[in-house]
Write a protein that binds this ligand. Structure first.
Ligand code: NAD
Ligand code: UDP
Length: 313
């Protein structure tokens, strides 16, 4: 039995990861400050004696004896990470330094949840890991993008300088049950709007693209990365290469929910990337991983989740 620390464990992805780790027979510490996460996401795990919940903020040090660390703590939706940009940067950078310090002392392996945002508004399409990105360092998304880029830097420096065993995954847009209904991300926004027959808010002309990955595929990729050869440290893209325009997503959600919603157009936020699609050759080669869940199936499960949530609220 391994002892595993998941920071941000009460969030959307973290809660699915904690569940998968427990199912594999691990002893799991879920650490969270509940900024965007919630006890509701993990309440079903609380009867398990091998699950431990800790209220803590990773910008201060944390001590525990563990074998593996998954560092997910950081708000991920633009609305939340821009709410307190300085805090977002501190969480990404100081939080990573604290967790790397812990990994160094324990000789534990630490996996960083990095992001496709390190590529910014990409000029190369699809994006391979070798692409260095096109990020505006002073724009409203910079607290997140540059925070995550700086986090990758300290991960690699702790590895080079101190021999810390690191794993870096660059996660592309991920969706599924337990996304926060008000977190402003496109999949949750559109589904919640459609289920309530409210206007669907498309930003810009809706021709910008994203590639959407269902959360179970991501968790599978993260576990494979953690358990891969120690020499393979990444960064590795984990995402679904099926690319959609945002307007296509809006139409699909309306159709799948039988909604009476109309599409309305709102201004495109500053620095909103125009296209995004992962090149996943490296993940296929090194991890024998590729996503399995098609958008329709993932959306069906996510719509079911939000439907229940809205009916019970
Ligand atoms: P989320 O907001 O649901 O989860 C983040 C969790 O971290 C929340 O539970 C939050 O309360 C917690 N947290 C935030 N700041 C903290 C702090 N200082 N100390 C302790 N806990 C803190 O978001 P998510 O979608 O589950 O994302 C999880 C991770 O994956 C994030 O690091 C995010 O950057 C990364 N990621 C997500 C996506 C995606 O599409 N969902 C894409 C790329 C990267
Ligand atoms: N978006 C939109 N309407 C919404 C929310 C988002 O059109 O109600 C767009 C947003 O401008 C972006 C895309 O959907 O082009 C994905 O946005 P999200 O915030 O989910 O993720 P990110 O931009 O970080 O990839």
């Amino acid at each position: 039995m391994k002892r595993v620390l998941v920071t941000g464990g009460a969030g959307f992805i973290g809660s699915h990861l904690c569940e998968a780790l427990l199912n594999q027979g691990n002893d799991v510490i879920c650490l969270d400050n509940y900024f965007t996460g919630s006890k509701k996401n993990i309440v079903h795990l609380m009867d398990n004696h091998y699950f431990e919940l800790v209220r803590h903020d990773i910008i201060t040090s944390y001590y525990a004896e563990v074998d593996e660390i998954y560092n997910l703590a950081c708000p991920a939706s633009p609305v939340h990470y821009q709410y307190n940009p300085i805090k977002t940067l501190k969480t990404s950078l100081i939080g990573s330094i604290n967790m790397l310090g812990l990994a160094k002392r324990l000789k534990a392996t630490i996996l960083q949840a990095s992001t496709s945002e390190v590529y910014g508004d990409p000029e190369i399409h699809p994006q391979p890991e070798t692409y260095r990105g096109n990020v505006n360092p002073i724009g409203p998304r910079a607290c997140y993008d540059e925070g995550k880029r700086a986090a990758e830097t300290v991960f690699f420096d702790y590895h080079r300088q101190n021999g810390v065993k690191i794993k870096v995954v660059r996660i592309f847009n991920t969706y599924g049950p337990r996304m926060h209904p008000n977190d402003g991300r496109v999949v949750s926004n559109f589904i919640v709007q459609a289920l309530q027959n409210q206007d669907i808010t498309v930003y810009g002309d809706g021709k910008q693209t994203r590639s959407f990955q269902y959360v179970d595929d991501l968790v599978d990729g993260m576990l494979k990365m953690m358990n891969s050869d120690e020499k393979f440290i990444g960064p590795v893209n984990i995402g679904n290469p099926e690319e959609f325009q945002i307007i296509e997503l809006a139409q699909k959600v309306i159709e799948m929910t039988n909604s009476k919603s109309k599409i309305i157009y709102q201004p495109l936020p500053q620095d909103d990337p125009m296209q995004r699609k992962p090149n996943i050759d490296l993940a296929k080669e090194k991890l024998n991983w590729e996503p399995k869940i098609k958008l329709e199936l993932g959306l069906t499960k996510t719509i079911e989740y939000f439907d229940k949530l809205l009916k019970n609220s």
